[in-house]
Design a protein around this ligand. Sequence first.
Ligand code: IMP
Length: 193
Amino acid sequence: MIEFIFATHNPNKVVEICSLLGENMHIISLDEAGLYEDIPEPYDTIEANAGEKSSVIYRLTGKDCFSEDTGLEVDSLHGAPGVHSARYAGPQKSAGDNVALLLQNMLGKKDRRAQFRTVISLFLHGQEYQFEGISRGAITLVPSGDNGFGYDPVFIPDGSDHTFAEMDLNEKNKFSHRAKAFSKLYAFLKEKS
Ligand code: IMP
């Protein structure tokens, strides 16, 4: 059994990653590890923030761990909100405010192409490895669906007619950036073992 601390305080991410685990892998959440401190996201790239989150937890615990950072990158907004996705509409980090601002900034835009991009940073025996997962799709005109979190109600992945928020988790995992990045991590660990 391989055991990793998952360096996030976001319960939605924990649920999604746990739904992807095989039988030989166990995830310890930060709460379970007794780590309640805020994890900084000080950098201006998704890669650097992912690395910062896992290295903070590695330095605190000395244990194998991973983190992930995700951004929504909209083509017609030159990649925004990108690394600033969580605080797009302000420090309150409100999903509703973020979605409303996104739709407002896209008013009148014909090109609604976008992608979610996840970078997972793994610390294994003190060395860092990164894995990227991308889900291409489009931003809807209005939010739809109650499942998921964040920008899920306004994103339809290529190959589907439904927003992520209209899908159950199994369905989202077939398309999602997070599932793609995690499957690369999984393949890497399998090769190593
Ligand atoms: P972070 O990776 O926690 O910094 O998340 C960045 C922002 O993207 C937050 O506003 C999240 O709610 C949002 N986000 C991250 N992953 C997803 C996802 O899978 N679907 C929708 N929104 C997401």
